[in-house]
Design a protein around this ligand. Structure first.
Ligand code: NIG
Ligand code: FE
Length: 406
């Protein structure tokens, strides 16, 4: 008998996502894990011994499919309050940009978030993370960006870390101080960017920052200002990503690629030159169909160009109170298929392999020996069902690091 494993799962098919294309399907598969990592991924018939002799904890899944734990690589889920009234305003004809320019939008959530203490912020945000987990997410990124001063940004990042500890999911934090210009810096955007760079160094020193993001847009920050934030990140050895070309083509994708960025996100208006720059740099395109859907956008991201240039495409919820109040990554996959015509296989790769890459994580995103034992057992007959059902409870069990979370 080999060294004992902590657990073995049999009785389900596997979509390993291992290898460059396809689901990496293994019919009647088996998983083994020890110390939080997979020790076996393969057909049940290839197990080196009977399951009960390999581990004390043997799960007989009784059918269904197992996929890697899903990775939500772009969320803003730590915030206070909500913006349902803006949703109503937009349905009556106001645009996202108009609302932002009149002091609502992101700044409305900044006011609510600044007014909330850490426990309140945690209590309001935790259920959102729990909802993502319940639909299969085992790793998520959480951005700051509704504090816009040192103490309030710090509180958001601390809450993000607490969510990871409390739920047992992986959390990657992203500092998004350059999300909007707070009112106290009106007409002093360059000065605000200088503060953002100082806060970044301080918060990084406190171990609160894994990556750096900015909102490069007409209603956000200009390319020169974003570049300064990226230079500060580079000086600290932190990876960058960017809200790029969401409402207009501002050259954001090319900028983040120039810095060897992990990802360019939204990218509806990205030009061919931007796509080529991303391909050269290995920057992932993070598609956010929730925001596209809620804002009733019509400009599709350059999907064929991404495919032609082999730019990896990830899919994320963008969970936030303004443009994407979306609490299921599986639903984001569904929207990516219906709005962007991703194949269900592309959508699943986009929330596993490519999403892990968009976070700079090479220890997860597939079912493979040596990777983290993050996996979801789904109540489905075919992997495409993950993108087919609108809502509904499909996840039977969610494991992270070999531990069952729900
Ligand atoms: O990803 N575009 C900027 N940031 C968010 C929206 C944030 C908000 O409206 O609160 C986004 O769409
Ligand atoms: Fe976003």
């Amino acid at each position: 008998m080999t060294e004992a494993w902590d657990g073995v799962l049999v009785g389900a098919h596997l979509a390993t996502l291992d290898g460059g294309a396809g689901y990496g399907a293994i019919e009647d598969g088996a998983l083994g894990w020890r110390d939080g990592r997979f020790t076996f991924v393969g057909p049940r018939a290839a197990l080196p011994d009977a399951p009960e002799r390999l581990a004390d904890a043997v799960i007989d899944a009784g059918g269904g499919w197992v996929t890697p734990g899903l990775v939500d690589c772009h969320t803003h889920l730590v915030f206070a309050g909500h913006r349902a009234a803006e949703f109503e305003q937009r349905l009556l004809g106001a645009s996202y940009e108009q609302i932002a320019r009149s002091g609502g939008g992101i700044l409305s959530t900044v006011r609510a978030t600044r007014a909330a203490d850490e426990d309140t912020l945690f209590a309001q945000s935790l259920p959102r993370a729990r909802a993502l987990l319940g639909d299969g997410v085992t790793t998520l990124e959480i951005k700051s960006g509704y504090g816009l001063d040192l103490d309030d940004e710090r509180r958001m990042l601390r809450v993000a870390r607490r969510i990871g500890q409390s739920l047992g999911v992986g959390v990657r934090t992203t500092f998004l101080g350059a999300h909007a210009l707070p009112p106290e810096y009106a007409n002093r955007a360059d000065e605000y960017v200088s503060r953002v760079c100082e806060w970044l160094a301080e918060l990084h020193g406190e171990g609160l920052v894994d990556a750096v993001d900015a909102f490069a847009e007409r209603i956000g920050f200009g390319i020169a200002q974003t570049r300064r934030v990226f230079e500060a990140a580079r000086a600290l050895g932190l990876p960058v990503k960017l809200h790029a070309d969401q409402l207009s083509d501002g050259g954001g994708a090319a900028l983040v690629a120039e810095f060897g960025g992990l990802s360019a996100d939204h990218v509806e208006h990205t030009s061919d030159a931007g796509v080529r720059a991303m391909a050269r740099a290995g920057t992932v395109a993070v598609l956010l169909p929730g925001a596209f859907h809620v804002l009733r956008e019509t400009q599709l991201p350059p999907l064929d160009a991404f495919r032609a240039h082999r730019v990896p495409m990830a899919v994320a919820t963008d969970c936030n109170p303004g443009t994407s109040p979306l609490l299921s990554l599986r639903q984001a996959m569904q929207l990516a298929c219906t709005h962007f015509r991703l194949t269900p296989e592309e959508a699943l790769r986009g929330t596993t392999v490519h999403a892990a890459r968009a976070l700079g994580l090479d220890d997860r995103g597939a079912l493979r020996t040596g990777l983290r034992a993050d996996f979801v057992h789904w109540n489905i007959d075919h992997p495409a069902e993950l993108c087919y059902w609108l809502g509904g409870p499909l996840a039977r069990a969610v494991h992270a690091g070999g531990h069952r979370l729900c």
